[in-house]
Design a protein around this ligand. Structure first.
Ligand SMILES: Nc1ncnc2c1ncn2[C@@H]1O[C@H](COP(=O)(O)OP(=O)(O)OP(=O)(O)O)[C@@H](O)[C@H]1O
Length: 247
């Protein structure tokens, strides 16, 4: 389980807090959605939980492990699917995945079998030996996903895993994540696709201006906000219709 206590983050040179006194508890085996407008603080929160950046104040633990005391154990426990592709464009999909597997100490036939099984599950086996720079956006997203799960993480963080992919790729990615979750992986993901989050997530939190403004099961949130018919209605009611452009 993930326990977040009073986490705040103010970036250097910034006047505002990107995440502000945030408390959250996520149970094991949940599929938890972090939803919010552009700039709400979703990526900042995920980056803190993945120990990619340090909070300004507050603390968190994952299955009782903290960054301060259990850095290496935490690295083995979690998987991270970043928003940007973290792949080597001139290497093939298989070569990329061998490289990422080896970073977690995996090797040999068992790694090869694992890579091939995941490539097959995500419809990529015919393209295993093609360089990544020939892949479509949806194919890269699927390779990015495999790279993060080869070490069987108990907790998987995904930052917009279905952004910019077609419906077919999206369905394959969501199906793959549901299978992982059935096998016991806790999933924390961010998305702007509210229909997807409504059907995929066991619980969601809507974040705005670095704070959680509501959280719960999608159906409960829709029930609580009279006159709303879906999660997008709830989201717009709570976050407003104004654009969030900033430069
Ligand atoms: N490295 C940084 N330095 C300064 N400010 C930052 C940095 N990264 C993010 N911010 C600011 O922190 C706030 C939260 O950004 P964050 O990327 O966490 O939001 P988000 O909810 O993930 O948005 P999006 O949906 O657009 O990805 C924004 O105001 C953003 O401009």
């Amino acid at each position: 389980m993930i326990q977040i206590e009073q986490i705040s983050k103010k970036y250097k040179g910034s006047d505002n807090f990107s995440v502000s006194n945030l408390d959250l508890f996520i149970q094991e085996k949940e599929i938890f959605g972090l939803l919010g407008p552009n700039g709400a603080g979703k990526t900042t929160l995920i980056s803190i939980l993945c120990s990619l950046i340090k909070p300004t104040s507050g603390s968190f633990s994952i299955n009782g492990l903290t960054y301060q005391k259990h850095k290496n154990q935490l690295k083995q426990l979690i998987g991270i699917v970043p928003q940007e592709y973290a792949l080597y464009p001139t290497l093939t999909a298989f070569e990329n995945l061998k490289y990422f597997g080896s970073m977690y100490g995996l090797k040999g036939k068992s790694l090869d079998n694992k890579i091939n099984a995941a490539l097959e599950h995500l419809g990529l086996l015919p393209f295993a030996n093609k360089p990544i720079d020939t892949f479509s956006g949806g194919m890269k997203r699927r390779v990015n996903l495999i790279a993060s799960i080869l070490h069987d993480p108990k907790v998987l963080f995904l930052d917009e895993p279905t952004v910019g992919v077609d419906v077919q790729s999206k369905n394959v990615i969501i199906g793959f994540l549901q299978d992982l979750n059935k096998k016991g992986t806790t999933i924390i993901y961010t998305s702007h696709h509210l229909n997807e989050a409504e059907s995929f997530c066991t619980r969601v939190a809507i974040i705005d201006h670095g704070k959680i403004i509501t959280k719960g099961k999608p159906a409960e949130l829709i029930n609580e906000h009279h006159g709303t018919h879906n999660l997008e209605d709830v989201f717009l009611r709570l976050t407003g219709k104004a654009l969030r452009d900033h430069a």
